[in-house]
Design a binder for this molecule. Structure first.
Ligand code: AVJ
Length: 323
């Protein structure tokens, strides 16, 4: 049978460049400077992230995959989902075990991966469509912070938001995102959320500052994206990778630190930006959670936690919730 594949692009090249331009202007003229992590993910950035997930120091991906392997059958039974929507799906690597369990449960009709990176998204959608010929694959190139209302509604849904990506949202946007997501769901729909947990800061820092320098390259990639998309003239190698754990706010912060004073031009924005020697620009926060805090956040957004799965070491959590 022919796989059914449909791609919906909410992020036409124009939309993408405008959104990037808006974020770049706001972030580069702020004090301190910052850029949102979503712009790491062009094709090269998605590839670097895949390499990160294989690093010995980067435990979250392996922990989450192990949790999913153990819990997929129960998750499939409890959710009874006809459509699996996956936000920030990337390569959809860890989704296979969920799709298999939902197919075995006999409920699954469609899979809808959602990602900002069109290249990685369409490759993943094609692969899944070929491997699961009996389900519809509806790939949506979109920004999950902006286009939640446009996700497909085909029967009962399970929305998977894995990898700990929820931690890339700061507290207020996270609360807004969870509430907006809750608002698009119907009674009976579910949320499957992956979240990294608070732990020894040394292990956290190592996971975000690996010995091979892959995370450093991933961090600098956002400057290459600005160069390519906005004609900027950043010298990525003139910025040092910084990963710090904020023990009070329970989060990793990644920054790029200017090795010397620099001026950067962004012709597409008619903007010039100066960096002082040693100036740090924040490029990512990655919040770490505990059970009480995350359950409370979900509860305030209108979700009820059904299951809390962790690995034996308690490094990572996969939470099943319903509305
Ligand atoms: C893609 C959200 C899972 O926050 O851990 C990995 C991205 N950044 N190393 C994370 C990332 C640096 C990552 N997630």
């Amino acid at each position: 049978p022919l796989p059914f594949l449909c791609t919906v692009d909410h992020l036409g090249a124009r939309y993408l460049r405008r959104a990037l331009a808006r974020d770049a202007r706001a972030g580069l003229t702020a004090e301190p400077k910052r850029l949102p992590p979503k712009w790491f993910y062009d094709a090269a950035g998605s590839e670097l992230y895949t390499r990160i997930t294989r690093l010995p120091e980067y435990y979250p991906a392996r922990r989450e995959a192990a949790i999913l392997r153990g819990a997929a059958t129960e998750i499939a039974r409890l959710s009874g989902a006809e459509t699996l929507v996956e936000l920030g799906s990337g390569t959809s690597e860890k989704t296979g075990v969920l799709l298999a369990a939902l197919e075995a449960a006999g409920t699954l009709r469609a899979y809808s991966p959602v990602d900002v990176d069109a290249v990685t998204l369409s490759a993943a959608a094609g692969r899944i469509a070929a491997a699961h010929p009996s389900i519809a694959v509806w790939a949506v190139c979109a920004d999950f912070e902006r286009h939640l209302a446009r996700l497909p509604r085909l029967g009962r849904r399970l929305v998977a938001f894995l990898g700990g990506t929820v931690g890339n949202l700061d507290e207020a946007p996270r609360a807004a995102f969870l509430a907006a997501l809750r608002g698009t769901l119907a009674p009976g729909d579910g949320l499957l959320l992956g979240a990294d947990l608070v732990k020894d800061p040394a292990r956290l820092v190592a996971a975000y500052d690996d010995a091979a320098g892959v995370t450093a390259a991933f961090n600098r990639n956002v400057l290459r994206v600005l160069n390519q998309e906005l004609g900027a003239d950043f010298e990525p190698e003139a910025f040092d990778h910084v990963a710090r754990y904020d023990t009070r706010r329970h989060r990793i912060e990644m920054r790029l630190r200017a090795a010397r004073a620099m001026r950067v031009r962004l012709p597409a924005l008619a903007l010039r930006v100066a960096f002082r020697a040693g100036e740090e620009m924040r490029t990512e926060i990655s919040a770490k959670f505990d059970r009480r805090g995350l359950t409370g956040e979900l509860c305030r957004a209108g979700f009820a936690v059904t299951r809390w799965y962790t690995d034996p070491a308690g490094d990572f959590a996969v939470v099943l919730a319903r509305v």
